[in-house]
Design a protein around this ligand. Structure first.
Ligand code: AMP
Length: 337
């Protein structure tokens, strides 16, 4: 590491491959990842260990992991500029998470709203991993001494938990971890469903028409946008309380066209809802056309994907092991001579 890179602040972020990436994953997280990789030391991963809190078919799960990595690359995540890896290839994540479990209070983990929501959605599979996954997420972040964590709104509370755990560990032993902060986009921190503009667009649950996947073909994307729910009235104005459907569509348009929301409102003045929805869909298709062709090319290049995973795992492991050794020493584990 030269002096210039040493000075760069560290970013960590991940997405779990429980399903394919959506417009929401891009808006809330990946768009920021790509913007940040030039100025920061970035660690980005496919969080496969987080995925098994839900039941997945192993063959589909393996496919999702590779497709997610290929989509990151196609969107512009550059393994020459950042460290890109698959979480289970770096055992330090599981190892640190055990130490952090012993420094996390049951009461604070129980307050996590995602745990409450997900337990309600799938009451037959409320496993200990689902309860504990924010602690594994804290390990992900703290291993790399990340200062910033680009996330959507739903993950803000988990980054705050990671910060509290780090603070507790630093106070109990001695300064060890950098305290992380969530970074959220001004618009797009929460993209809502196209059929239900009051709930988050989610890749792994809900109505498939509610959610647009980055790998959806153009006809499917246009069909989903044409069927999107709007609001009463005719104005195309950003007002998330009074006009959640229109505001969500304006946000999507802004994220994918690069036009600021205020400017987009002017652009759509006097436009009917049908035409508005069509133009939002077209902006998304236009953005995704070159991305999808690169995605297909990458998926066919297994050797390249394997080399990205291998190099990424080696780079990430080197940094992660440094933090883990420090932690093991501080808690009093005996190092082998
Ligand atoms: P997940 O899909 O839960 O692994 O989340 C991956 C990242 O994308 C996290 O930073 C989430 O906060 C973000 N994200 C997921 N869904 C959305 C959404 N609908 N809107 C904005 N951000 C999202």
């Amino acid at each position: 590491m030269n002096e210039a890179t040493e000075k760069k602040k560290v970013i960590f972020s991940a997405v779990k491959p429980t399903g394919a990436l959506t417009l929401g994953s891009y808006a809330g997280a990946l768009k920021n990842w790509i913007a940040m990789q030039n100025a920061y030391e970035c660690f980005y991963c496919v969080a496969d260990m987080h995925s098994i809190t839900v039941r997945l078919t192993p063959a589909d799960f393996r496919k999702n992991t590779i497709e997610m990595l290929a989509m990151y690359l196609a969107l512009g995540v550059d393994p020459e500029k950042c460290t890109l890896f698959v979480q289970s290839h770096v055992p330090a994540h599981a190892e640190l998470s055990w130490v952090l479990n012993c420094n996390t209070l049951y009461g604070e983990a129980k307050r996590m709203t995602q745990f409450k929501e997900k337990s309600k959605k799938d009451p037959d599979n409320v496993n200990v991993g689902l309860f504990d996954y924010p602690v594994l997420m804290a390990a992900d972040i703290l291993l790399y001494q990340a200062e910033f964590v680009p996330v959507g709104q739903d993950q803000k509370q988990h980054v705050e938990l990671a910060r509290n755990i780090a603070q507790r560990f630093n106070g109990r032993y001695s300064p060890t971890f950098v305290l992380p902060e969530p970074v959220m986009p001004e618009y797009g921190a929460k993209i809502y469903g196209l059929q239900d503009p009051l709930s988050k667009m989610s890749k792994s649950d809900g109505n498939p028409n509610d959610c647009v996947y980055l790998a959806d073909d153009a006809d499917t994307i246009m069909r989903k946008f044409k069927a999107a729910v709007t609001d009463s009235g005719t104005a195309i104005k950003y007002d998330s309380a009074a006009k959640p459907g229109v505001s969500n569509l304006l946000t999507v348009y802004s994220v994918f066209s690069g036009v600021a929301v205020e400017k987009a409102e002017k652009e759509f003045e006097g436009c009917g809802y049908a035409e508005f929805k069509k133009r939002v869909g077209e902006a998304v298709c236009e953005f995704l056309r070159p991305v999808q062709s690169e995605y297909r090319r990458l998926l066919a290049d297994k050797a390249y994907i394997n080399s990205v995973m291998k190099n990424g795992a080696e780079k990430a492991s080197r940094v992660a092991r440094r933090t883990l050794s420090k932690v093991y020493r501080k808690v009093g584990f005996i190092a082998l001579e």
